[in-house]
Design a protein around this ligand. Structure first.
Ligand code: SF4
Length: 254
């Protein structure tokens, strides 16, 4: 009996210490109780699972065969188009790329070109100076290290100038069929919070949430579906909630 008491006593003490350590290191528990809660309340894992199931099923019915909206004929063209799509519409990028790829058909051609010349050709996509520089530098790296080919490897892609997680995931998913993670663009970032799929505000953290919520085999198509919904219904300034297919399950958070 005495032995059991001692054991229980030690166990209780040990758990208390662990709790303290966890509370001190977890970002999720970082907000002090006394401070006014400004973040939306997190949904429980169970209700979020139900939400994900409903969202996934509805989006699969709404967009049964989604595909990449950026026109491309090769991994390299998709890489360049995705770099151009930052802060720009896919429609605009698709208007610019046919002539761009006629003038510069591959990585070698971009590597040889004058950066100013590339900039002129992509001017209407916005931020053209930095995009031209990134495309030029990325092309040079591809020529020097990979024989002008785009590597099908997340880390190698991320090391290219101008390539973030969104671009790497987009290229791997759509050019190679490799599901490396959700493509979190401005639509997916906005929608994930509105629907209630994530409480986070940065693309990296939202991507981590979505990757953990959806099965890996759905990452590529689910990214497209969220983007399509964002364009068609959940437009930033005036979401069309009345006719949105997710009307019944979306939390419609501001
Ligand atoms: S119901 Fe409204 S807020 Fe929710 S995804 Fe649809 S349009 Fe966006």
């Amino acid at each position: 009996m005495a032995e059991q008491k001692d054991k229980n006593g030690r166990r209780a003490k040990s758990l208390k210490t662990t709790d303290k350590k966890t509370a001190g290191t977890s970002a999720q528990n970082a907000a002090p109780k006394s401070k006014k809660e400004t973040k939306p309340k997190k949904k429980s894992d169970l209700s979020r699972k139900k939400l994900v199931k409903q969202v996934g099923e509805t989006l699969r019915k709404t967009y049964p065969n989604p595909s990449c909206a950026l026109t491309h004929r090769s991994p390299f063209e998709l890489l360049v188009a995705t770099i151009l799509s930052a802060q720009c519409t896919d429609k605009r990028v698709n208007q610019v790329t046919p002539e761009l790829f006629r003038r510069f058909p591959d990585a070698q051609a971009f590597a040889n070109a004058d950066v100013g010349e590339i900039g002129e050709a992509i001017k209407s996509c916005g931020f053209y100076r930095s995009k031209a520089l990134n495309i030029s530098r990325a092309s040079k790296t591809l020529v020097e290290k990979y024989g002008g080919q785009v590597p099908d490897d997340f880390q190698k892609l991320r090391e290219l100038p101008g390539v973030g997680c969104k671009t790497a995931n987009c290229v791997l998913g759509n050019a190679f069929g490799i599901a490396s993670g959700f493509v979190v663009d401005t639509h997916v970032l906005r929608l994930s919070r509105k629907i209630g799929l994530s409480d986070e505000t940065t693309p990296e953290k939202v991507e981590a949430d979505l990757n953990s919520l959806f099965p890996k085999e759905e990452w590529i198509d689910a990214s497209h579906r969220l983007i399509l919904l964002g364009r068609q219904y959940c437009v930033a300034r005036r979401p069309k909630c009345d006719v949105c297919p997710l009307n019944n399950c979306c939390l419609k958070r501001p």
